[in-house]
Design a protein around this ligand. Structure first.
Ligand SMILES: [Zn+2]
Length: 296
């Protein structure tokens, strides 16, 4: 099971054959739009319904008391804002549905708490700085009374602030240089500061990626590796296939064996890095990608 900021996360992505209905446009998400489902179904079922019907209605993630389920890739638009085919909400924001809002109660409360934690982490993943300008509600785009329960209870400002606070908590933790690990050469932050280079988490993440350190989250080991690479001044080199004892044929199992993210968007990124165009996660593409990444 994958977890995002302590929230169970899984995918049930819409088949590519339905992209033209559900998510026709590529997107670089700029904001998040919060919804209430106005229903009493669990997230799994909301997403199954979403990805199997043929309505031009879609959202990226549903969150319930057990976790988050993704139905639409984050790099594609979804139809959840009611602001038209070129509306800012529909074309630039990730739609997150909070389940069990119709009847409310403890399942809803837990769903909302999970959504707050999940959305904050999603902002970090997507490079969205969580503010009152980027954490939006459906109502902001089309005037629809959604998220209805949050609005009825007059809690929008509270929920929005909770997301922003959680985001600030995560990014603060990430930007604090890890301590306690042997690092004869000092901290990467000190090193960057001494060179007058931006030492923020975002920039370290960028530098890490440029130097072949995948999935930088600011751990002590990653900071040490980054410091060493920066100090040696060696030009970034493509990373060698990681060592793995895994000999099977599943790409996801292989990625997990080398502690790399195996979700769809990460695989799509690896595919692009490895020259596989138009990755949609087919069995053939996965086999091809496994060969390129593992070396056999
Ligand atoms: Zn809505």
């Amino acid at each position: 099971m994958t977890q995002v900021n302590g929230i169970e996360f899984k995918q049930n992505l819409v088949p590519k054959s339905k992209y033209s209905i559900k998510c026709p446009n590529p997107m670089k998400a700029k904001k998040i739009t919060v919804h209430n489902t106005y229903n009493d179904a669990k997230a799994d079922n909301e997403v199954i319904y979403e990805v199997t019907n043929d309505n031009q209605v879609s959202f990226h993630v549903a969150v319930d008391d057990n976790g988050a389920v993704q139905g639409i890739p984050f790099d594609r638009n979804a139809w959840h804002c009611g602001d038209g085919s070129n509306g800012f909400g529909n074309r630039n924001t990730i739609g997150v549905e909070i389940c069990y809002s119709k009847s409310g109660g403890s399942k809803y409360t837990k769903s909302e708490q999970n959504a707050i934690k999940y959305i904050a982490a999603l902002c970090v993943q997507q490079g969205i700085v969580a503010t009152t300008d980027t954490i939006k509600k459906h109502e902001d785009w089309s005037g629809k009374h959604c998220p209805h329960r949050i609005l009825d209870e007059k809690r929008w400002a509270t929920v929005q602030k909770a997301i922003i606070d959680e985001y600030n908590k995560i990014t603060k933790a990430l930007s604090k240089p890890a301590t306690g690990t042997t690092n004869a050469g000092g901290s990467v932050v000190d090193y960057l500061n001494s060179k007058k280079i931006d030492s923020s988490f975002a920039n370290r993440k960028k530098l890490a990626t440029q130097h072949g350190i995948a999935n930088y989250t600011g751990t002590a080991a990653q900071n040490t590796a980054l410091l060493n690479k920066l100090k040696t001044g060696v030009a970034p080199t493509p990373s060698k296939p990681s060592q793995s004892g895994y000999k099977g044929t599943s790409l996801v199992d292989y990625l997990e064996s080398v502690k790399k993210a195996s979700d769809f968007s990460s695989r799509a990124k690896y595919a692009t890095q490895n020259g596989i165009k138009g990755y949609t996660g087919t069995a053939t593409q996965n086999t091809q990608l496994l060969k390129k990444m593992r070396g056999f």
